[in-house]
Design a protein. Structure first.
Ligand SMILES: [Zn+2]
Ligand SMILES: [Zn+2]
Length: 367
C-alpha cells in the first residue's frame, strides 16, 4: 500500500516551519485522539498516521532525509511504529498541552519508563562498513522477585485508604478547594504494607544490561538508533522506555566524508600534473589505480562512481572523490634549477636553439 505524503497528512506546505508542523500535528492528534474517539477506527488510523508524519518532520535530520528520498527505510533497520510508541513518544505533549492523563486517571495507571540516551563513538571504518557493538547500559528494571509491584511475596499493594486510590486529597481553604498529593501514599494511590526485600518496595532494581547494537553501514554522524524497550522500566505494568544510541564518528587518517561520498586528497609533483600520471588510490576495500589526466590543475577533483559509502537501508552507494593537489618543489638541486630555468626560457620564447641545448643537457644527465 502506498503511503500518503507526510506533508499532506499534516496539511502543511513542504516549506513549513517546525512551529507550523507542530501546530498542525497537535490539532490533528487532538481531534483524533483515541481517548476522545473510542472505537473509532478511522480516527485511530488518522491519529497514527499524523504521529508517524510528525515523528519524521519534527526531526531536522529525518525530515531532510525524507525530503530527499521519500518513504524509504528512515531508520536504517530500526523503523516501525506501534501504538505504544506513539503514546510513549507523544505522552509528554498530551499531558502538557491537552490535559490528558494526570488527575483524571487513577494514580496507579501504567506509565512508560523514561527513554535513555547513550553516546557511542565509533571509528570511521565502523561507520562505513557497519558493525555490531556490545554495550553495557545501566538502567532500571522491574524487580524479578516481586514483578515490579514492590510488595513482598504473597502480598500485594493495597489501595490507599486515605485517598481511595486517587493519589490526591482535596483541601478546602475558604471558598477554594485545592488538590494536593496524598500524604499517606505519596500520590501512588497504593500502600505496601510488606515491602519486597529485594527492591525495598520500589518495584525497580538497577541493572547493567548487555546488549548488541547494530550499526548500519554508512550511518551518519549524529544518527540516533532507537532500541525499543531498552530504556528504563515502566511503572504499574507500563512498557519500558526506549534507548537511543547517538552515533559519533571519529575522523579518519585517510578519508574525509561528504554525506555518502568519500574524499581522498593526494599530492602530486607539478611535472606529473603537467604530463599526466597513474597513481594508487585507496578505497574502503582495496587500492585502485587512477589516471590523473595531463594538464591537471591543483585542486582538481575527480569522481570515481560507487566507491563511497552505502546509504543506510538503501542499495545505493556514494562516490569516491579524488582531490589532486599539485606540489611545487622547494628544494631543487643546482642541476634541476638549471634545467627548469632552461625550460622556463623555452616557455617564454619558443626557441629551437634553446630546445636543442636543453635536449643535449637532458641527454648528459639521463645518459
Ligand atoms: Zn493515598
Ligand atoms: Zn521487588
Amino acid at each position: 500500500m502506498s503511503k500518503r505524503d507526510y506533508y499532506e497528512v499534516l496539511g502543511v506546505e513542504k516549506t513549513a516551519s517546525f512551529e507550523e508542523i507542530k501546530k498542525a500535528y497537535r490539532k490533528i492528534a487532538f481531534e483524533n485522539h483515541p481517548d476522545r474517539n473510542p472505537d473509532n477506527k478511522e480516527a485511530e488510523a488518522r491519529f497514527k498516521e499524523a504521529a508517524e508524519a510528525y515523528d519524521v518532520l519534527r526531526d531536522e535530520e529525518k525530515r531532510a532525509h525524507y525530503d530527499r528520498f521519500g518513504h524509504t527505510d528512515m531508520n536504517g533497520g530500526f523503523g516501525g511504529f506501534t501504538n505504544e510508541d506513539i503514546f510513549s513518544q507523544f505522552g509528554d505533549i498530551f499531558e502538557n498541552f491537552f490535559g490528558f492523563g494526570g488527575g483524571s486517571r487513577s494514580a496507579n495507571r501504567p506509565t512508560v519508563g523514561d527513554d535513555l540516551r547513550y553516546n557511542l563513538t565509533i571509528t570511521f571504518r565502523q561507520a562505513a562498513k557497519g558493525d555490531d557493538v556490545r554495550l553495557t547500559i545501566p538502567r532500571t528494571a522491574n524487580c524479578p522477585d516481586c514483578g515490579g509491584t514492590g510488595a513482598a511475596e504473597g502480598s500485594k499493594p493495597e489501595t490507599c485508604t486515605q485517598c481511595g486510590g486517587k493519589g490526591q486529597v482535596f483541601v478546602q481553604q475558604g471558598p477554594f478547594r485545592f488538590a494536593s498529593t496524598c500524604p499517606k501514599c505519596q500520590g501512588k494511590g497504593t500502600v505496601i504494607s510488606k515491602p519486597c526485600p529485594r527492591c525495598k518496595g520500589d518495584g525497580h532494581i538497577q541493572e547493567k544490561r548487555e546488549l548488541t547494537v547494530h550499526i548500519p553501514a554508512g550511518v551518519y554522524d549524529g544518527a540516533r538508533l532507537r532500541l525499543r524497550g531498552e530504556g528504563e522500566a515502566g511503572r504499574n505494568g507500563g512498557p519500558n522506555g526506549d534507548l537511543y544510541v547517538v552515533i559519533r564518528i571519529e575522523a579518519d587518517k585517510v578519508f574525509d566524508r561528504d554525506g555518502q561520498d568519500l574524499i581522498y586528497s593526494t599530492k602530486i609533483p607539478f611535472t606529473k600534473a603537467a604530463l599526466g600520471a597513474k597513481i594508487k588510490v585507496p578505497t574502503l576495500d582495496e587500492d585502485i589505480e587512477f589516471e590523473v589526466p595531463k594538464g591537471t590543475q591543483s585542486g582538481a577533483v575527480y569522481r570515481v562512481k560507487g566507491k563511497g559509502l552505502p546509504y543506510p537501508g538503501d542499495k545505493r552507494v556514494g562516490d569516491l572523490l579524488i582531490e589532486v593537489i599539485v606540489e611545487t618543489p622547494t628544494d631543487l638541486t643546482a642541476e634541476q634549477t638549471e634545467l627548469l630555468q632552461a625550460l622556463d626560457s623555452l616557455f617564454e620564447k619558443h626557441d629551437s636553439k634553446l630546445t636543442s641545448k636543453l635536449k643535449k643537457k637532458l641527454k648528459d644527465i639521463i645518459g
